[in-house]
Write a protein that binds this ligand. Structure first.
Ligand SMILES: NC(=O)c1ccc[n+]([C@@H]2O[C@H](COP(=O)([O-])OP(=O)(O)OC[C@H]3O[C@@H](n4cnc5c(N)ncnc54)[C@H](O)[C@@H]3O)[C@@H](O)[C@H]2O)c1
Length: 325
C-alpha cells in the first residue's frame, strides 16, 4: 500500500513526501525533474524520472507498487510564461493530467488529491475568497487548473473517482530539510531573501499604487508544512469514504509586499535596495483566502501563520543551502 506522489521532487511535493513518511505511509515519487531536484527526494524512496503523461511509465509504477491513492503536485506554474506559451501549460498541466487519471482509473486507483490554486478564481469579486466565489481565471495557468477540476467532477460522476482539490494561496517557508529552489524564481519571499543575501542587487516591487493601505499588493502566505498537513488530512478524508470536495488553503490574513520586505529586514538583520517597478498585468490588488471550510471539514489547523516565523524558516533554509539543493 503506497501513495503515488507526482511532482514529489518539487517544493511543496517534497515537503509532503517527508510528512507522509513520518506518518508511516509508503511513498512512490514520479517527477520529470524539469523543475524539481533529485536531492529533494530521499534516496530510500522509490523514484521514477519521467512524465506523468507517459502511460507506460505510470502503468509500470502501478504494477510494481500497490498504489492506493495519488497526490498530484506536478505542474508548470509560471503564470507569465503561461500567457506567452499556453500550449506548454495546457499540454503539461491539463492533457498529461487526464492521461495520468486514465491510467489510475484503469488500475482502480480512485483516491486523488489535487494541487489546485487560487488562480482559478481570477480577479476577486470579494475578499476573503471562499470556495463559492465565481471561478474565472485570468491566465492559461489558472485555466489549466480550472479544467482539471472540471475533469475531476466528470470522472467522479462517470468512474467513481473520489478527489479533494486543494486551492492553495501563496506557498512559502521551509522545513528543516525542504525549501524553495526554483529556477527561475518568481516568488516574493525567496526573491527578497536573495536580495538580503546579496545574490541579487535589489528587490523589485511591482506596483505601489494599488488600493491597499501602503499601495503594494496583498497576498495570503501559507507555509508548506501547513499545506502538507492539509494533504495528509485530505487523504484521511478520502480514506474514510467521504465525498469529493474543494478546499481553499490560506491563512485568512493578507500581508502587503512592503510588510513582507520589512519583516525580512527584521528577521535577517540585513538591508537591501528596493526598486519600484510597474504593475504586472493581471496582478490583483488583494488575494486573501477564507479557509473556514478546510478547518471545519478537514480539521485543518495551520501552525505557521506568523509572517516572521515563515520568513525565519525560509531564511534558515537558504542560509544552510546558499546554492540550493
Ligand atoms: N507554489 C505556490 O505558491 C503554489 C500555489 C498554488 C498552487 N500551486 C501548485 O502546487 C503544485 C506544486 O507547486 P510547487 O511550487 O511545489 O512547484 P514545483 O515546480 O516546485 O514542483 C512541481 C514539480 O512537478 C514536476 N513536473 C512538472 N511537470 C511534470 C510532468 N509532466 N511529469 C512529471 N513531473 C512534472 C517538476 O519537475 C517539479 O518538480 C503545482 O501543481 C502548483 O501549480 C503552487
Amino acid at each position: 500500500m503506497a501513495i503515488l506522489v507526482t511532482g514529489g521532487a518539487g517544493y511543496i511535493g517534497s515537503a509532503t513526501v517527508e510528512d507522509l513518511r513520518t506518518k508511516g505511509e509508503k511513498v512512490v515519487v514520479i517527477d520529470n525533474l524539469v523543475y524539481g531536484h533529485r536531492e529533494a527526494v530521499d534516496s530510500s524512496i522509490p523514484f521514477y524520472q519521467g512524465d506523468i503523461g507517459d502511460k507506460s511509465l505510470v502503468t509500470q509504477i502501478l504494477s510494481e507498487h500497490k498504489i492506493t491513492a495519488c497526490m498530484h503536485f506536478s505542474a508548470y506554474a509560471y503564470v507569465g510564461e503561461s500567457v506567452e506559451k499556453p500550449n506548454k501549460y495546457f499540454e503539461n498541466n491539463f492533457i498529461q493530467t487526464v492521461k495520468l487519471l486514465d491510467v489510475l482509473i484503469e488500475n482502480k486507483v480512485k483516491q486523488f488529491v489535487f494541487s489546485s490554486t487560487c488562480a482559478t478564481y481570477g480577479e476577486p469579486q470579494y475578499v476573503p475568497i471562499d470556495e463559492k466565489h465565481p471561478q474565472h481565471p485570468t491566465n492559461p495557468y489558472g485555466w489549466s487548473k480550472f479544467m482539471v477540476e472540471r475533469v475531476l467532477e466528470s470522472y467522479d460522476h462517470a468512474y467513481g473517482l473520489k478527489y479533494v482539490a486543494l486551492r492553495y494561496f501563496n506557498a512559502c517557508g521551509a522545513t528543516e530539510t525542504r525549501g524553495e529552489d526554483h529556477e527561475p524564481e518568481t516568488h516574493l519571499i525567496p526573491l527578497i531573501i536573495y536580495a538580503a543575501q546579496g545574490k541579487t542587487p535589489h528587490i523589485s516591487v511591482f506596483g505601489d499604487d494599488y488600493p491597499t493601505p501602503d499601495g503594494t499588493a496583498i497576498r495570503d502566505y501559507i507555509h508548506i508544512s501547513d499545506l502538507s498537513q492539509a494533504h495528509l488530512l485530505a487523504l484521511e478524508y478520502l480514506q474514510k469514504g467521504n465525498q469529493s470536495n474543494f478546499f481553499n488553503l490560506g491563512n485568512g490574513q493578507g500581508f502587503s509586499v512592503n510588510e513582507v520586505i520589512e519583516a525580512t529586514r527584521k528577521v535577517t538583520g540585513k538591508d537591501f535596495e528596493v526598486k519600484i517597478a510597474p504593475r504586472r498585468a493581471g496582478d490583483p490588488s488583494k488575494l486573501v483566502a477564507d479557509s473556514k471550510k478546510a478547518r471545519e471539514v478537514l480539521g485543518w489547523n495551520p501552525q505557521f501563520a506568523d509572517l516572521e516565523t515563515i520568513i525565519q524558516s525560509a531564511w534558515t533554509w537558504h542560509q544552510n543551502k546558499p546554492s540550493g539543493y
